[in-house]
Design a protein around this ligand. Structure first.
Ligand code: P5A
Length: 446
């Protein structure tokens, strides 16, 4: 992409309405535009990151054997009357009446709708286990929408729902989700810690939230520092292997880690003092097992091998897709701007031309751009006629992890400069060497 042709409305001033750094940087970097309280347009740069996050979620869900689909944003009120949540959900639910006076609502979550789909089509245990999910916009009329996309009213969520014959099977689905989420967040450059939590309006007794530690987080958290040493890495997991999934869950749930809702001071005191931590966290996901709460209320039953008809065991599992964009920035920025982890960066590499219009510089930049595109990468070439300082400041603000700088002085010796956004380290090297290095970083061949 050529920056001269892109739509990147960066702001010079720091927006006064933004209280936390991710909100400020998303506005300044031209990623989002607020349209109403807690409702945002995703401008091209923000949209790209959102799609990268979605892609990682889809890939990791596929590995766990979960099946993608799409449900609508608007839902019939009657479905929610069946579960009893139409009134229970309270003023956070946006209720709408259509021209025929039929009640609709903008879905805050989809337990009822997916249970309705299930009961319409499944009646035998043979269809189980089954986990369906979608990535869709939700609406919750939060009292205090704030912090930009972190607590929006309209926000994007991945929500998945498992249907199982027995509680034991449903616990395995719960574990599968926990394991797949661990890798999902790690691929986004995040350390998200599963913590025992409270189930709120979704229901059930078994639930974990995934929290990213950050001063600006809305939840107070208590944990054993040992948990921050755990990494998932690229271990291969057989998601049908119950014992293997349970072992990973045990590994991650052994150290004490709870939100303030479930915090147990007595248990916390048993953690060696030097490892006890109190901090704040951003909730980027939550998984639930709620048994037959919805299936019983809505008649989602299957016939067992013995011929009995029983309600299915269910759970639901959410990832805050749009919140993650803010959470990643909270976890990865400096005073110059965003520092994208490679897994979610909107462009893989920036190309800065220090003398736009100079034949050699232009040709070298175009060669770098073409080579990166040929490798399947997505570079952003700043081809504007701007001062070097402004170009560097812009690249630092939008946070691309790598930058190749092309200037007349280096080019005399066939050299360009490769700069790492995170460390600020620069290295001079030949054009092909810089292209190769970017290829290696993103594991694509040149
Ligand atoms: C699980 C999936 C549920 O709704 N039903 C379907 C369950 N869980 S949840 O914890 O309430 O939400 C899942 C994740 O969505 C994000 N989230 C939000 N993001 C931005 N703005 C909001 N107002 C908002 N509310 C929830 C969180 O990351 C949460 O973990």
């Amino acid at each position: 992409m050529r920056l001269s042709r892109y739509f990147l409305p960066v702001l010079k001033e720091t927006p006064s309405e933004a209280q936390i750094v991710s909100h400020r940087l998303m506005l300044r970097a031209g990623m989002i535009k607020q349209n109403a309280a807690g409702i945002y347009s995703w401008l091209p740069l923000g949209f790209k990151v959102l799609k990268k996050i979605e892609q990682i979620v889809h890939e990791e869900q596929a590995k766990a054997g979960h099946i993608p689909m799409l449900m609508p944003t608007l839902q019939p009120a009657d479905l929610w009357r069946e579960s009893g949540r139409y009134d229970a959900y309270g003023p956070e639910m946006l209720r709408v009446t259509d021209r025929h006076e039929r009640g609709l609502l903008y879905g805050p979550t989809n337990e009822e709708m997916i249970t309705d789909i299930f009961r319409s089509h499944v009646s035998s245990y043979k269809a189980l286990p089954l986990t369906l999910y979608h990535i869709q916009w939700k609406f919750r009329d939060e009292v205090r929408p704030r912090f930009g996309v972190m607590r929006g009213r309209e926000f994007c969520m991945k929500d998945g729902y498992n249907f199982d014959l027995t509680q034991e099977d449903a616990f395995h689905a719960y574990n599968r989700h926990m394991v797949s989420y661990l890798r999902t967040y790690e691929r986004m450059g995040l350390k998200a810690i599963p913590m025992r939590a409270d189930s709120g309006p979704i229901g059930g007794d078994n639930t974990h939230e995934f929290l990213v530690l950050a001063e600006t987080g809305e939840s107070e958290v208590f944990y054993d520092a040992a948990i921050t040493d755990l990494t998932f890495g690229d271990r291969s997991v057989d998601f049908d292997d119950r014992a293997a999934c349970q072992a990973i869950v045990d590994e991650w749930t052994a150290p004490y880690a709870r939100t303030d809702e479930t915090h147990d001071a007595e248990m916390f005191d048993k953690v060696p003092e030097e490892r006890r931590r109190t901090s704040r966290g951003i909730e980027v996901g939550q998984i639930f097992y709620f048994g037959t709460k919805y299936s019983e209320a809505m008649g989602a039953t299957v016939v067992t091998p013995e011929g009995d008809r029983v309600p299915v065991h269910m759970g639901s599992h959410g990832i805050g897709v749009s919140r993650l964009v803010g959470a990643i920035i909270e976890a990865s920025h400096d005073d110059k701007g965003i520092v994208w982890p490679e897994g979610v960066t909107p462009f893989h590499c920036g190309i800065v031309n220090l003398r736009q219009g100079d034949g050699d510089c232009d040709a070298a930049c175009e060669r770098v751009e073409a080579a990166l595109i040929a490798m399947g990468l997505d570079p952003l070439y700043d081809d504007r006629d701007e001062r070097a300082g402004a170009k560097f400041a812009g690249m630092d603000l939008i946070g691309l992890p790598w930058r190749i700088t092309v200037g007349p002085r280096g080019l005399k010796d066939g050299k360009v400069e490769l700069t790492c956004r995170r460390t600020g380290d620069s290295e001079e090297m030949g054009i092909d060497a810089a292209i190769d290095r970017i290829g290696q970083i993103y594991s694509v061949a040149s």
